[in-house]
Design a protein around this ligand. Sequence first.
Ligand code: PEP
Ligand code: MN
Length: 364
Amino acid sequence: MEMKVNPLNNWVKTSRKVLVIGGPCSVETPEQFLSTAIEMKKLNVDILRGGIWKPRTRPGGFEGKGIEALKWIKDVKQATGLPFATEVGSPEHVELALKYEVDVLWIGARTTVNPFTMQHIADALKGVDVPVMVKNPVNPDLALWIGGIERIYNAGIKNIGAIHRGFTAFEKAKYRNLPNWQIAMELKRQFPDLPLICDPSHIAGDRAYIEEVCQRAMDLDYDGLMIESHINPAVALSDASQQVTPESLGLILNNLIIKSETSTNAEFISQLEKLRTQIDKLDKELVEVLSARMNLADKIGEYKKDNNVTTFQQGRWDEIYNTRREWAGKMNLNADFVSEVFKSVHSESVRRQEEVITNLSEKV
Ligand code: PEP
Ligand code: MN
């Protein structure tokens, strides 16, 4: 389906080239929220974030202050002039958030996984004009993420953004959630106009890694960042280890190298053109080599047919797999990458041999 979403700069003015959403994981007390918000304003953050309802994995944790906290939002918005964003997980949340003039809504990773809930939320959004951001589902399922976005789009919301917050892993890894950057890149490829925002806090899970995840997002041309910041992270009621002080957030934002998709530097443009001409030439040779290789595979197919030999031969595949990996190592290439290439080449060879055999059989 074709989605015509509004690019980010149509629904929010950013003070930098990149949208920055900052604020605490949870809105805890009027003082905590106001003091954090004032610091966010000083840092030129574009949108203030704060959880009103917190989806906890296990019961008994801090589940957010709910309506009580919604009542504090107005004063903080007035004091800072910043729009406020929060997570909604049900039609009731949508109704209450809108009643208390929340400016931007997002749907959390634990909600995006459930098409029933997504549809209920989408139904509650019909006829409403509010930007909605959809976080990726906890599992690495791009279709489910897109499906959630489509439900919101079909409800008539045109100001939509996607938030990449990483995917649950069973094994303990460096980051709390696996980034699987290629999933977000595929979303961007399919929907180039859909604003893509990175949530380094929930990817990293540890404040020590926030900066490197932010930079990675900039290198990959994300449109924005949503970073958790708390006036005193040590006493935060949720996600304490990943929240940064406003001071650290300031340093992170200052250190960030914001990159562009192009450059006007003439020297850069001419060097890039030269190197790309060489790449084009090599790619053409690669295609020619692949074509010659497939012609040989077709011939083998004919011999295999005449001698009743299977198209797939495990021994031959093992030999291809191992030797190509070895060659890769000697040529300074990543062996896994080369294996992937040859898996694809070999399965195409087998497919073509099947085709040769079928065509020859039909002629008989
Ligand atoms: C959050 O943003 O605080 C949150 C709970 O996020 P997620 O849905 O990504 O876990
Ligand atoms: Mn959080």
